[in-house]
Design a protein. Sequence first.
Length: 623
Amino acid sequence: MNTNYGIKIWSDNNFIIKNSTVNVNYKNKPSLLEITNNVRNKGYKGPILLRFPHLIKKQISTLYNEFNRAKKEFNYQGDFQAVFPLKVNQFPNFVNSLMEVSKTYNYGLEAGSKAELIIAMTHTPMGAPITVNGFKDKEMIALCFIAANMGHNITITIEGLGELETIIEVNHEFNKKREIPVIPKIGVRIRLHSAGIGIWAKSGGYSSKFGLTSTELLEAYELIQNNNLLEQLWMIHFHIGSQMSDISPLKKALREAGNIYADLKNRGASALNAINIGGGLAVEYSQHAHAKEINYALSEFANDVVFVLKEIAKNKEIAEPDIFTESGRFIASNHSVLIAPVLELFSQDYHEKSLRLKEINPPLIVELYDLWVSLNRATAREYLHDGLDHMESLLTLFDLGYIDLEDRSNTEILVNLIIKKSILLLKDDGTEELQKLQNKIQERYLVNFSTFQSLPDFWGLKQHFPMMPIDKLDIKPTNPATIWDITCDSDGEIAFDGELPLYLHDVDVTKDEYFLAFFLTGAYQEVLGMNHNLFTHPTEVIVEFDEEGNYTLEKLIESQNIMDVLDDMDYDKNWLDKKLKYQLEESTLINQTQKRELLGKLYLYLSENSYLKTIQASNEESS
């Protein structure tokens, strides 16, 4: 990976390395370091989430352009439409940007709950599609009827026969006195035999959570027909899983769904006109060529969908259906970048300055010191083995009580120095032994963020995300790095992995700030993030570019302060405030002047967020 951190593998040319920094590959190409410093100069510290609306627009336009190209190439007569599934990211700064940049595409939203449906109803332009998936009660179905009465192009996807019965009931209540009824479109989610692939494969197949079996589908069709709702039956829907790494399961599912669609069409479902293939378009998260996650391009994806559905339509002698997608990860993942400062390097005590050598040292300590000082390219391997042997002997002597803590400390430091020097001298050998030694001397970087809040899929699913420093990229990083977050949970760690190694720079963070960037975090990570240890959503800002190529920082939302987080946990802020004030006033340890001074400091601290303070190069206190 060296100094480029696999950026050409995962970034889709959205970010580039220019001189020593990571830069946005757009307009005037500002560096992430410059943007980060501009945010921090406004007084906002800790982790910062940067949103780039132009990357949302790029994904939407790429999706539409590829499907329209495939339609033209295969002379496909159906339309292409798409919606964004709100479950992927419901944050207003994202949703508002999404709808703003997608105006020319008639792009819509998909909702899976009542709250999401309200977002869809208020943010989707009239005429753009809204699809409603997931389990629904009578109230949610009634909201869909209200949306239809507003003029929205809304489709209710039936997940079970009970929902269809409720639709019939609500339709009777809403339209029994109307000459011209207003009814949402109806979609039917089918439970395919075909399953997906990878972590989310269970989204498809007979054991999947959603959809109708063939028997239930026939019952649903008869129920729709008997209640004069065939004119509303418009869509067949299926979904075989998120992050499809391979395209073959989709092709199999398309044939199955296409034949079901054709059968219903030929039975008399004349209004049926669309196949919704769900989501599943994968994103390349890997930073390493040998571990790439996907084996197809969007062009191949579009070609296969269009070709398979055209062939089925031709063979079954039906019109080619409209193609619907609900890709969320593909649209949202790359638009946001988390920037977090490194607070401390935990293994930096293994330096010569940390040695506590005595006037008279144990002979093995003296030998270790001589090995380190005299070690060269020719003697590196031999001296390295001698140093490791000496360490085992010295640690045994400590356990037996023959040497003290200073001697043990000197042993650890000297052996670590010998390993580092040997690796540097033998770096071109690339042996397995050296690789294992590198793992032993990995540096622990304490980073000012919460894995549970900002990268929950890493914690829960071991999903890797591209990460790299945003500057010093003209210098080769040498430290095998383990990332520690600031939670008090041992799972809040991204451990060094020899198969997917991350190397960072050896920096003194008391003198020079060092920032790590985590990419492709825009899908699921924010909405799944948890307030473990009560660390809340980081400060976020939208980076907008004007026609001249310059950027501005818009719609900055500061991370919640401590009292607001506690309020969200249903603590009574007023009671907490009074309790803290009372305890200070009643204290007999300080005088009135000191009480007033401490009260002022207390309120200052309560107005800040839970993320830690960082050490500036100027040694000024910052939050």
